[in-house]
Design a protein around this ligand. Structure first.
Ligand SMILES: [Zn+2]
Length: 255
């Protein structure tokens, strides 16, 4: 019965619409639809405006062997796409789900140039040595990707306001590379190395062990390093000193 009544009301409404003039009604509907779409767009743009990161890739190595190999085997579009994927991956590892939890970075630039070493990150710029690309023996695209995951971690990680030991900074960057499955075969195996803060692969393997004791350990350690650094962070998160953890780690692998 209620159903019949609502049908009648609907009919009356339709008739009313017809009386008001179909054209005017259509325009009004379209206009309101535009307003809805526009406000959705403004809302999304505002939301993205806060967190949008710009990426720029420049090949300054020109016609040098490395510059040419970069263009032929890697390329600017792939590099750009890798910067985006690495960023998403790093925010995931660090469990930073909102812009407030992340470092504020407007733009990341990647520069391919002939220089010394392999790569470095500074002032939101990543520099990769074209000579290294040119002379690398093997799958240079995979190696380059791993290097970008490492360097991109330096862009996004907290450094305890400059107090975090360098070995731990480098260890976290290689930990991310390890978790992204870009660890090269020449890295040390788990349990190897002399000191927990030796850096790079040695510290990355150790952090992987620590993270196995407490899932999310590396993310929590990074969060703690937003404003400073203390070796007590290991005690607070795992209940043991970092030296004790290193001893346990070495013992686990018979070292
Ligand atoms: Zn590094």
């Amino acid at each position: 019965m209620g159903l019949g009544k609502s049908v009648v009301i609907e009919k009356q409404r339709m008739n009313g619409d017809l009386r008001m003039g179909k054209k005017r009604k259509q325009h009004r509907a379209m206009a309101s639809r535009h307003i809805v779409l526009l406000s959705c767009f403004v809302f999304l743009a505002a939301q993205h405006g806060i967190q949008a990161v710009e990426y720029e890739v420049t090949n300054n190595a020109g016609s040098s062997a490395g510059g040419v190999r970069f263009t032929n085997e890697i390329g600017i579009p792939y590099s750009r796409q890798t910067l985006v994927s690495a960023t998403d991956f790093i925010w995931g590892v660090f469990q930073q789900n909102t812009p407030e939890e992340r470092k504020t970075v407007q733009k990341v630039s990647l520069i391919i140039e002939n220089m010394d070493g392999v790569a470095y990150a500074s002032n939101n710029e990543i520099h990769v040595n074209a000579n290294y690309i040119g002379s690398y023996s093997g799958d240079v695209k995979t190696e380059f990707t791993g290097v970008l995951y490492h360097e991109m971690t330096h862009i996004w990680q907290w450094n305890g306001n400059g107090q975090t030991p360098g070995g731990l900074i480098e260890g976290i960057a290689d930990y991310v590379r390890l978790k992204a499955n870009y660890a090269p075969s020449h890295w040390v195996q788990p349990g190897q190395g002399n000191r927990w803060d030796q850096g790079y692969d040695v510290t990355a393997r150790f952090l992987d062990y620590c993270n196995s004791l407490r899932n999310g350990f590396v993310a929590e350690l990074n969060k703690k390093m937003r404003s400073g650094y203390s070796a007590d962070f290991f005690v607070e998160l795992l209940g043991k000193t970092v030296d004790q953890l290193w001893t346990d780690y070495k013992a686990k692998y018979g070292n």
